[in-house]
Design a binder for this molecule. Structure first.
Ligand SMILES: [Zn+2]
Length: 262
């Protein structure tokens, strides 16, 4: 008789795997994470696994008839649960190690994005969020930057997130950049400071007076200087920013996303 187990995905994992419940047939003795990844959900998306209603490691074996529930990152609830598990002597070390890694993920505020997410990167930088991006980086370079700099890898490539070296990743479901931004903000719920970071190179912006602009290495048209009162510049690439039409358009866009109609 064929061996099988029951798998149920919750919340955004339903969209990532394109299924909510399924019966999974298997040979031998697979680990839970192998089954979960074969159903299209990378390990970086998995924040809690229950096997027959008990918290288990993602590497736990699967036996015929097991009920496996797979949860994504959730905010307050998991944060508290992780703290409980980490302090509870009843849980084995391997579960605590996994929980500690996931707990650490909640504290990471820096990102690196793959080549397909250029527009999202601009939006995030406009919000002041630190995102490294270079369209020429290949998968190995992205992984290296994510691992060595402890940056969450943003990507639409499930394959790269299934690489065992990647510990901090986020799979972007949506194709439309505005939807991607909403998806990002809903997931990470991090504080941001709009218009403090250069959209071109990711470095921080510094305020500059009109007088100092006169001696600036890059010339700003006189009409712009006359029309606007506040300016800032990027301390790496020297791009100058002011509250022009682009600023207004983005402010309106962010207000739309955050539901602020004032
Ligand atoms: Zn710059």
């Amino acid at each position: 008789m064929k061996k099988f187990c029951y798998i149920r995905f919750y919340d955004r994992l339903k969209s990532i795997s394109n299924k909510e419940r399924c019966i999974f047939y298997f040979n031998g003795k697979p680990a839970i994470i192998d089954i979960v990844e074969s159903l299209g959900v990378p390990h970086t998306e998995v924040y809690l696994i229950l096997k027959n209603q008990t918290i288990v490691s993602i590497y736990d074996w699967v036996y015929p008839g097991d009920f496996i529930s797979v949860f994504p990152r959730m905010h307050t609830f998991f944060f508290d649960l992780y703290k409980q598990v980490l302090l509870d002597p009843a849980y084995p070390k391997k579960i605590k190690k996994e929980f500690w890694n996931r707990y650490q993920n909640y504290r990471i505020r820096q990102f690196v994005a793959d080549v397909h997410l250029g527009k999202l990167v601009k939006y995030l930088r406009f919000l002041g969020i630190d995102v490294l991006y270079n369209p020429s980086w290949d998968d190995d370079e992205l992984i290296e930057i994510s691992v060595s700099n402890k940056r969450i890898l943003l990507t639409q490539d499930k394959g790269i997130l299934k690489n065992k070296r990647v510990q901090h990743g986020f799979y972007i479901i949506h194709r439309d950049p505005e939807k991607q931004l909403e998806e990002f903000l809903n997931y990470f719920q991090i504080d941001f400071k709009p218009f403090t970071r250069c959209s071109l190179c990711n470095d921080l912006l510094i305020p500059i007076t009109k007088q100092d602009l006169d001696n600036f290495p890059i010339e700003i048209p006189e009409s712009i200087k006359q029309s606007y009162s506040e300016f800032c510049y990027c301390k790496s690439c020297y791009k100058v920013y002011w509250e022009g039409s682009h600023y207004e358009r983005l402010s309106n866009f962010f207000n739309k996303i955050f539901g602020n109609t004032t």
